[in-house]
Design a protein around this ligand. Structure first.
Ligand code: C5P
Length: 239
């Protein structure tokens, strides 16, 4: 497969056309950003750690019946994916209160959210990704009510699968963000699931094992990403 021209460059990934119809190549770059792009750096190997963890999760989810865009890895940072018509929604699933819901609502950090809380934001940097509700999503024609039901059901199933996988590695899945797209009439999981898009806490020490280490300068970001990538991908619970 040959990489062709750039389709889209985001803050941390670039997506390329290929010579194969319906297939794209995603490059996981070493760029890291936080606070709406207000904090930016390049951290060597970050892209590879995130690609490795994303591929591992996509394969695990795929084996467990979740439809994803993942096809294969070319090398440590280039992933072949099925082309989707992306839906501009950031679907966030929260198991424990942290981050923006603690800042914006009267939740105490660390409070267990059972059942998990789904928050859906509009993916639009120029508007700072405002939170949506079901009526707004339908009125804006971002998704039909039937698609929204499928998205929420898939998000909760993905949460259940990842929560159990990570718990077995001594990690609490606090929250994470995923994105979906359409392949024909099918709703598929796209984008990535990595340390950049999850909040992970060590069960014993409570320490952050994700992008919060970068956001809040809690320690050596790449040492953390390296350790957590090894912990996650050494998980034997693949089925
Ligand atoms: O900032 P907030 O608490 O709303 O983030 C919830 C979760 O979604 C975190 O794991 C964060 O890393 C992820 N997220 C993301 N991309 C965004 C917003 C949030 O990956 N644009």
């Amino acid at each position: 497969m040959k990489q062709k021209k750039l389709l889209y460059a985001g803050k941390a990934k670039s997506v390329y056309h290929t010579d194969v119809k319906g297939k794209l190549i995603v490059e996981f770059r070493d760029d890291i950003t936080a606070f709406d792009g207000g904090k930016k750096d390049v951290l060597k190997n970050k892209g590879s750690y995130n690609a490795e963890v994303s591929a591992f999760f996509f394969e695990y989810l795929g084996k467990n019946g979740v439809k994803t865009h993942f096809v294969s890895m070319i090398d440590s940072r280039h992933m072949v994916v099925r082309e989707l018509q992306m839906i501009p929604l950031e679907v966030i699933v929260r198991n424990v209160a942290a981050g923006s819901i603690v800042r914006n609502y009267p939740f105490k950090e660390g409070t267990k959210l059972d059942p998990p809380v789904i928050v859906i934001d509009y993916k639009d940097d120029s508007r700072h990704d405002p939170m949506l509700n079901d009526d707004l999503i339908v009125a804006l024609k971002l998704a039909t009510p039937a698609e929204l039901r499928k998205i929420k059901k898939a998000a909760l199933e993905i949460n259940r699968l990842l929560f159990d996988l990570l718990a077995a590695q001594g990690i609490t899945l606090v929250d994470f963000k995923i994105e979906f797209g359409r392949q024909g009439k099918t709703i598929c999981l796209g984008d990535e699931i990595s340390m950049d898009s999850m909040r992970l806490w060590d069960k014993k020490s409570g320490e952050s094992l994700d992008k919060d280490v970068y956001r809040f300068e809690k320690g050596d970001v790449m040492a953390t990403y390296n350790r957590v990538a090894q912990r996650i991908t050494s998980s034997s619970k693949k089925r």
